[in-house]
Design a protein around this ligand. Structure first.
Ligand SMILES: Cc1cc2nc3c(=O)[nH]c(=O)nc-3n(C[C@H](O)[C@H](O)[C@H](O)COP(=O)(O)OP(=O)(O)OC[C@H]3O[C@@H](n4cnc5c(N)ncnc54)[C@H](O)[C@@H]3O)c2cc1C
Length: 240
């Protein structure tokens, strides 16, 4: 998996600060921005707003990520997050490998399967057959008069959840925090957890003040999973 930040709202803290301050000021937010503010004041104010749960101001800032080489199993979980925009590689227009393709280039192999010789053999054999039959089905459907697009859209029914995909995701900062809260949790599936962790590192690199307290719920207090807890919490974040 590779996660690259394509773009983000310029000056994210400045936008959040101006929008939030504008709620308590007779000035419009552009004037608040133009007047500028001391960094420590803005920092304290933004963190205070987040701590108090007034997170709607975070919706003015968005981040766009290019995500490469996740499984369809992972992308399916990702797109369950509705407050976001997605553009995903098409299985109708993009041909999925061929007989020569290397299984690892085309499919995501879960580490636990990869670590066990026999499990890896089962998976690799199955994926090889899927790939061969996929290709054969494309050829066959075209030979009986289907267009390439029609052939690919039907042949893809053979592709398993392990099939790699690329997807572009745009989320606002509030949704990113929510996504990371749910998906960095150790009870989340390993691949989407890796994605959430990668996004968190990127977001912290852009703006510590918007994301300093982000992460699974156990980073801020008791686990919210109740009886289902993994019992292995992350280190706590200092919320001061
Ligand atoms: C560990 C784990 C296991 C899971 N297992 C399953 C499973 O077995 N089966 C399954 O189907 N799903 C499962 N899910 C997915 C889960 O149920 C959610 O669909 C997914 O996590 C998206 O979360 P969300 O709805 O809170 O957030 P988003 O869609 O990201 O929305 C963000 C927030 O916006 C608000 N919102 C969005 N849409 C609406 C709306 N229509 N009405 C009101 N408020 C809205 C809510 O406050 C929501 O929390 C699992 C998730 C996790 C983390």
């Amino acid at each position: 998996m590779k996660v690259v930040l394509l773009a983000h709202t310029p000056d994210p803290e400045g936008v959040v600060y101006a929008a939030a301050r504008g709620c308590y000021s007779d000035l419009p937010s552009y004037e608040i921005r133009d007047r500028g503010v001391e960094l420590p004041t803005a920092k304290k104010f933004i963190r205070g707003i987040i701590k108090s749960g007034h997170e709607s101001v975070l919706e003015h800032v968005s981040f766009t990520f290019s995500v490469e080489g996740i499984s369809r199993a992972c992308s399916h979980q990702l797109v369950r997050h509705r407050v976001a925009s997605y553009s995903q590689q098409s299985q109708r227009y993009v041909d999925f490998g061929d007989e020569e393709s290397i299984i690892r280039d085309m499919f995501v192999i879960p580490p636990a399967i990869d670590d066990d010789f026999y499990s890896e053999e089962i998976l690799a054999d199955t994926l090889r057959i899927c790939l061969l039959n996929y290709k054969e089905l494309v050829r066959r459907l075209i030979s009986i008069g289907r267009t390439s697009e029609q052939a690919h859209e039907d042949a893809r029914y053979l592709l398993p959840n392990a099939a790699k995909t690329n997807i572009t995701v745009t989320m606002n900062a509030r949704e990113i925090r929510h996504f990371i809260n749910q998906r960095e949790c150790k009870r989340a599936q390993w691949e989407i957890r890796d994605l959430a962790s990668a996004m968190l590192i990127i977001c912290l690199g852009v703006s510590e003040d918007l994301f300093w307290d982000s992460g699974a719920s156990c980073r801020r207090g008791p686990c919210k999973e109740g009886k289902m807890t993994c019992g292995d919490p992350y280190p706590m974040i200092s919320l001061v």
